[in-house]
Write a protein that binds this ligand. Sequence first.
Ligand SMILES: *Cc1c(COP(=O)(O)O)cnc(C)c1O
Length: 397
Amino acid sequence: MNVDYDGQRHWGPATQLVRGATERSQFCETSEAIFMNSGYVYATAEEAENSFNGNLERFVYSRFRNPTVAMFEKRLALIEGAEECRAMASGMAAVFAALACQLSTGDRLVASRALFGSCHYICAELLPRFGIKTELVDGRDLNAWKKALSTKANAVFVESPSNPGLEVIDLPEVCKLAHAAGAVVVVDNVFATPLLQKPLAMGADVVVYSATKHIDGQGRCLGGAVLGTKQFITDKITPFMRHTGPSLSPFNAWVLLKGLETLELRMQRHCDNAGKVAAFLETQNTLSRLLYPGLKSHPQHALAMKQMSAAGNVIAFEVAGSKTAAFRFLNALKTIDISNNLGDSKSLICHPATTTHQRLKPEERAEVGITDGFIRLSVGLEDAKDLIADLQQALRA
Ligand SMILES: *Cc1c(COP(=O)(O)O)cnc(C)c1O
């Protein structure tokens, strides 16, 4: 069956999420099928030869491509508005592939300093081991970007909003500066999801996701994706992944396809709940800091709301009195779970300084605002009143 992808590009997001790229087998199944196979057979030796020399386009090995994984890739590309997508085994596989596929010894990478712990490791430790020069800048400061990008650069990497400090990058401005310096811009769009923010439309070249987060959103499996132009995916990502193998399992691709079906509904509830919880936290004087892009008090509220259609589901705050007070508060929660994951239907909370960002030096944590009292809350899909009641009783403790 031939799928009319160009026609599907005109569908609304909900239709794309439910039906986009669905391809049925000869059994006419309703839901997407799981093609849980590693290899494929050829009718003749000539067919195998033609499949490898590029004369015939078909599936040859699931490290390269697989029908279930391809449906996930095409559906995500539709909703992102990207020409092409390659799925990866995890968000970190996607971040690493998006950078390693295009950088060589002697190249220069400029990244915002406020990054997820493992993204920071790739930029600040792993890539420099291969002779790639990394410069980390304060991503909120356009003058810092101007200075860093006044010399030639090969790639720029940013998270916006950042994990966990919710720093916002001025994407159109940074993309302009990056392109003038000759750099390819890679945006980690995990916190915004493909629904709330469209980095490609703001000038970015490549978007990466941890599909583990909101795209699955139900705590079931790992996954990741890299999206960009047909040229970037064909020339850079495809050979990198074919030969290094960070491939997504077909089973996980199927779980993620089912996740996409409900993503729009879930994001509406996530954002709605987070807005209510943030409004409650704003009334609590035991907090020494509160960050949510949807609150007017967020230092980059106006920029966040210009770039995003809603503020997302992650809230960060600081309980006065450092680590002891933070731990006492976390341990007093009864409904909200302590977990380093996010974007889940269950509300999850963590203490970044001792978990996701424990590897950073104390001064590096300080630079991105991760103090000992700092807490990250991923607001789930429960009734907001129950979450607020839980937070209220734990803040009293
Ligand atoms: C979780 C996360 C990742 C890594 O994704 P995994 O699927 O856990 O490998 C990358 N970037 C950000 C912003 C994240 O929150």
